[in-house]
Design a protein around this ligand. Structure first.
Ligand code: FES
Ligand code: FES
Length: 238
């Protein structure tokens, strides 16, 4: 196995090769500073002053101190290629171990109806259904939902392209204002009506409590949910 070339240093006499420090020098933070100061041709005091002034080099010290051969980018690739069940379709996708479902949906599968607002489980813009239950996709690891049924806002209309009763009711009640929170509101309402087709207004309020609307159109959304519930119930009675 060949070792990587040591870094070159451009000095007054031209390029020269800097020998790597002995590993034992990395045992203590002070040793590392000593070594870096030596390499830069400065006194230890001068080097530390420079570090404090720039705030840059210090962040590299732990990296240098713990430097180890970089793992192959290919390692684990097989485990990253997974199948997801999204909107009734099986999708194969390459997913990083720490990737959230929102990122996978939006940036790998092109399902941009799912919005990212806070990206930390506070606003509900990223709400999707997983096995029929509402979840924040920004706070769900994609690898955890393998084999589960994921439904996004793109998947709630009928196969013939007819809007879901919730979508139609939101339009009829003029619920969307800027519209950014709307996909999350739709998914929360769809999840509610699937579990409870005839909710009270208070139950609807509770079900949508995790969906923030910065436009303040909460009553419009609630009106929409109640209208959709009547539509769903009447449809069931017919
Ligand atoms: S983006 Fe997921 S809760 Fe805000
Ligand atoms: S409609 Fe604008 S955030 Fe809700």
């Amino acid at each position: 196995m060949t070792e990587r070339n040591p870094p070159e240093h451009i000095g007054p006499e031209g390029p020269s090769v800097i020998p790597p420090p002995p590993r034992r020098e990395f045992g203590e933070f002070g040793d590392v500073v000593e070594w870096l100061a030596g390499r830069s041709g400065m006194s230890r005091r001068g080097f530390i002053k420079g570090v404090i002034a720039s705030g840059v080099a210090v962040s590299g010290v732990p990296y240098l101190a713990n430097a180890s051969p970089r793992p192959s980018l290919q390692s684990g690739a097989a485990e990253r290629l997974i199948r997801l069940n999204v909107n009734g379709q099986t999708r194969r996708v390459d997913v990083l171990p720490n990737e959230t479902l929102a990122m996978t949906l939006r940036y790998k599968l092109g399902l941009t109806g799912t919005k990212l607002g806070c990206d930390r489980a506070e606003c509900g813009a990223c709400t999707v259904l997983i096995d029929g239950e509402t979840h924040y996709s920004c706070s769900t690891l994609t690898h955890r939902v393998r084999g589960r049924e994921i439904t996004t806002v793109e998947g709630v209309e009928s196969p013939s392209g007819e809007l879901h009763p919730v979508q139609q009711a939101f339009i009829d009640e003029l619920a969307p204002q800027c519209g950014f929170c709307t996909p999350g509101q739709v998914m929360a309402a769809v999840g509610l009506l699937a579990a409870n087709p005839n909710p009270t207004r208070e139950e609807a309020r509770q079900a949508l409590a995790g969906n923030v609307c910065r436009c303040g159109a909460y009553d419009h959304y609630l009106n929409g949910v109640m209208r959709a519930a009547r539509e769903v119930s009447n449809g069931a009675d017919r």
